[in-house]
Design a protein around this ligand. Structure first.
Ligand code: GP9
Ligand code: MN
Length: 627
C-alpha cells in the first residue's frame, strides 16, 4: 500500500482543487441558506464523495490517466459553471427537464456570452494549476497501474464517505428525499454533483414508465371513469359563470378547530361567521400523502389521487395534465398562484406551467423583513396585504390560488400576533397550534375586507380549503384532552382528517352540506359552478352539489369513508356506533378504493392524460419575475 500514494496523488490533487473551487462557487454564486455550523459542515463535505468517485475513474487506466483526470475535472467544472450561470439567472439549479425547456435556454444564450470573461478563466483555474504542476513536476505523478485491492480500497473509502455524508444529512434533515425538500436542500446536503445523479435517476424512472404506457390503457381508465355516477345540479350549474375565483389553501388547518374555543375564545371567529353565508362542507377530508401542501394543490386542481410516495410535483412535473387553470383558459380566465416561499419549494416553478398557470408570484415578488416574516415566508397577513396589490393588476376574470404559511409546523408565532392563549396540555405543538390557526383566521378576515375595499368581492367566488392535518398522531394524548375523549382510536384519527371546505358565492345564501366528500371533488364542483361541463373529464371526483347514491372518499393509504362506514387499519367501523363491525361489509368498497387508486397511479406514471381529448399541449409560458 505504501506505493499507492504517488499513483493516486494527481487524482487527489484534482479532487482537492475542485472541491475547494466547488465550495467557493457555493458561497459566491449560490444563495444557499446556512442556519447553523452543522449546515456549513455538511455543505463543505458534501461534494467530496462524488468528486472522488468521478475523478477516481481515471485510476482504471495507466496510459490516459492524467488526460482523463483533466477531462473529468473539466466536465465537472462545466457542470458547476453552468449551474452558476443558470442560478444567476433563475435562482435555481439546473434540472434535466429545464435543459429541454427551450425558452429558458434562449435567455441563457445571451448571458453565457456575457459571462465569457475573467470569471470563466477563474472557473477553470484549478485545471490550469493542475496542468502547470504536471508540466513542472511530472515525476511526482506516477501513472503506474493500481492493484485490484488498491482500487477496491479506494472505492471502499469513497463509499464510506458517501454513507457518512448521507447519514449525517438524513439525521440533520430527516426524510430529505420525501418530505419538504427543494433542490437547494439536496445540493446543500448531498452536493451539486450527487444532486445531478439524483435528478437523472428521477428522470429516467419516469421516462421508462412513460415509454411503456399506451393509449389503450388510457381508454380502459376513461371507460372506468365514465361508468362512475356523475351528476350535475342544474340549479347551481353555471351560477358563478364568469366570476373571478380566489382559492385559499389554509396551511395545516383541520375542521375540528371550527366552532371550538380555547380559554373561552373562539379559534376561528371569522370562519365561524363566514361559513354561515357560504356553502360549508363539514364532512370533507384531505386526501394527501407525502407531498403535503403540494399534494393538496395537485388533488384540488386535477381531481386525481396523489402518489403513495413522494410528491407528484417532484416526480412528474412534465406530464400533461388537464388541470383547472388550463381548462379555464378556454373561458377567458387568467390564472396565478401567490405563495411567499422560494419558488422551487415542492418544485412549484416547474409544475405550475404544466397545470396551465400564467403567473407565479413567489418569494421574489414579496418584500420580506425580519418583522413581517415567520418560518418559511411572510406572515399570512402581510402576505395577503402585499398580494392584493398584485391581484388588482391582473386581467379579469382570474383564477387565483393563495397558499398561506403561518400555521405551519412547529407553529411559531410572536406574542404580539397571538389573539388567543396557547392551550394547556403536555404537547407544546398542540398548545401552540391554536394561536397560529387563530392568526390565519384573522389574516383571511383581513383579506376579505381588502377584497371588499378594492371592489373585487362582489364579483369573486372564494374557495377555502384546509390542505392537510396539522396535528399528527404523535399528539393523541393532548388531542384526547382537547376533544374531551378518553382516547383517540383509529376511527377518530380518520375523522380528524376532516379539513374545512368553504365556497362563498356572492348573492347566494349559505348552507352546510354534510355529504362525505374530499379534495378530489373540488375540481368538478368548482367547474360546474363556473358553467364548465366535466362529463368527459378524466377525473375521480364528483360535483358535491349533485345527488349521488353512495358517496365514498378514499384516502391515499386505502382507508375510506362512506355515509355509514369508515375503513382504516384493516378495521371496518360503523359510523353510528364508532365501533368495529363486520369486515365483510367494507370489502366491496375496499376493492373499489384500491382499483381507483391504481387507475389514478397509472394515469400519472404513464403520463396518460397526453391521450385525453381535452388536453391542450403545454405551452410553457408561465412567468415568474426575473428582471
Ligand atoms: C411550503 C408550504 C408548506 O411552501 O407549502 O409545505 P408543507 O410542509 O405543508 O407541505
Ligand atoms: Mn401544508
Amino acid at each position: 500500500m505504501n506505493s499507492l500514494f504517488p499513483k493516486i496523488r494527481f487524482v487527489l490533487l484534482a479532487v482537492v482543487l475542485l472541491w475547494l473551487k466547488t465550495y467557493i462557487v457555493y458561497k459566491l454564486a449560490f444563495d444557499i441558506k446556512i442556519e447553523n455550523t452543522m449546515d456549513e459542515i455538511i455543505l463543505f463535505i458534501s461534494p467530496v464523495s462524488s468528486l472522488l468517485f468521478f475523478i477516481g475513474l481515471a485510476l482504471f487506466t495507466e496510459k490516459h490517466r492524467n488526460r482523463l483526470v483533466f477531462g473529468i475535472s473539466i466536465l465537472l467544472s462545466v457542470i458547476l459553471f453552468s449551474n452558476a450561470v443558470f442560478y444567476g439567472f433563475f435562482n435555481d439549479f439546473v434540472t434535466l427537464p429545464v435543459l429541454f425547456q427551450t425558452n429558458n435556454m434562449a435567455d441563457l444564450g445571451t448571458s453565457i456570452r456575457e459571462l465569457l470573461t475573467y470569471k470563466t478563466f477563474l472557473m477553470f483555474g484549478d485545471v490550469i494549476i493542475l496542468w502547470v504542476l504536471l508540466r513542472m513536476l511530472p515525476k511526482h505523478f506516477s501513472t503506474a497501474a493500481l492493484t485490484r485491492t488498491e482500487k477496491s480500497a479506494f472505492y471502499l473509502v469513497v463509499a464510506s464517505i458517501f454513507l457518512v455524508n448521507l447519514t449525517v444529512a438524513e439525521l440533520h434533515k430527516p426524510s430529505l428525499f420525501t418530505r419538504s425538500f427543494d433542490r437547494e436542500m439536496v445540493v446543500k446536503n448531498l452536493g451539486l454533483y450527487n444532486y445531478h445523479l439524483y435528478d437523472i435517476a428521477l428522470q429516467s424512472k419516469s421516462s421508462a414508465q412513460r415509454a411503456f404506457a399506451s393509449s389503450n390503457k388510457f381508454v380502459e381508465i376513461e371507460n372506468y371513469v365514465k361508468s362512475k355516477d356523475k351528476h350535475v345540479n342544474n340549479q347551481l350549474f353555471g351560477s358563478a359563470k364568469g366570476k373571478n375565483v380566489v382559492v385559499i389553501s389554509m396551511e395545516s388547518t383541520q375542521s375540528f378547530v371550527l366552532n371550538r374555543k380555547v380559554n373561552g375564545k373562539e379559534i376561528t371567529p371569522f370562519l365561524n361567521q363566514f361559513v354561515k353565508e357560504s356553502y360549508y362542507f363539514d364532512n370533507f377530508y384531505h386526501q394527501t400523502g407525502q407531498g403535503k401542501t403540494s399534494d393538496a394543490e395537485f388533488i384540488i386542481e386535477n381531481s386525481l389521487y396523489p402518489l403513495d410516495r413522494g410528491s407528484v410535483f417532484f416526480t412528474h412535473p412534465n406530464n400533461e395534465y388537464t388541470a383547472t387553470p388550463e381548462l379555464l383558459k378556454d373561458y377567458g380566465y387568467y390564472s396565478a398562484v401567490f405563495h411567499s416561499n422560494d419558488k422551487t419549494f415542492w418544485n412549484r416553478d416547474l409544475m405550475y406551467p404544466s397545470l396551465g398557470y400564467d403567473r407565479f408570484f413567489s418569494q421574489i415578488d414579496f418584500t420580506g423583513t425580519e418583522q413581517n416574516s415567520v418560518g418559511w415566508g411572510l406572515k399570512d397577513k402581510d402576505f395577503f396585504e402585499q398580494s392584493i396589490e398584485h391581484l388588482k393588476s391582473l386581467p379579469q376574470p382570474f383564477y387565483t390560488k393563495f397558499i398561506t404559511l403561518t400555521n405551519h409546523f412547529p407553529f411559531t408565532l410572536e406574542p404580539k400576533d397571538r389573539y388567543i392563549d396557547e392551550y394547556n396540555s403536555q404537547s407544546p405543538i398542540v398548545n401552540r397550534y391554536f394561536p397560529t390557526v387563530r392568526y390565519t383566521d384573522e389574516a383571511i378576515k383581513y383579506f376579505v375586507k381588502r377584497l371588499k375595499e378594492e371592489g373585487l368581492y362582489e364579483n369573486t367566488i372564494i374557495v377555502i380549503y384546509g390542505d392537510h392535518y396539522g396535528i399528527s398522531e404523535n399528539h393523541n394524548l393532548a388531542m384526547a384532552q382537547f376533544l374531551g375523549k378518553e382516547e383517540i382510536t383509529p376511527f377518530d384519527t380518520i375523522q380528524l382528517q376532516r379539513v374545512p371546505f368553504i365556497i362563498h358565492i356572492p348573492g347566494q345564501t349559505g348552507k352546510t352540506i354534510s355529504k362525505v366528500s374530499g379534495q378530489l371533488d373540488v375540481k368538478p364542483t368548482l367547474l360546474h359552478l363556473l358553467g364548465v361541463k366535466t362529463k368527459n373529464h378524466t377525473e375521480f371526483g364528483t360535483d358535491l352539489f349533485a345527488e349521488e347514491k353512495d358517496p365514498m372518499t378514499v384516502m391515499r393509504d386505502g382507508s375510506f369513508i362512506t355515509k355509514d362506514y369508515i375503513y382504516t387499519k384493516s378495521i371496518c367501523y360503523d359510523k353510528n356506533t364508532s365501533l368495529p363491525t363486520d369486515e365483510a361489509i367494507c370489502k366491496p368498497y375496499a376493492e373499489k378504493a384500491k382499483a381507483e387508486l391504481n387507475y389514478s397511479d397509472k394515469l400519472i406514471y404513464g403520463d396518460l392524460l397526453r391521450f385525453a381529448a381535452n388536453n391542450k399541449h403545454k405551452t410553457g409560458t408561465m412567468t415568474t419575475v426575473f428582471e
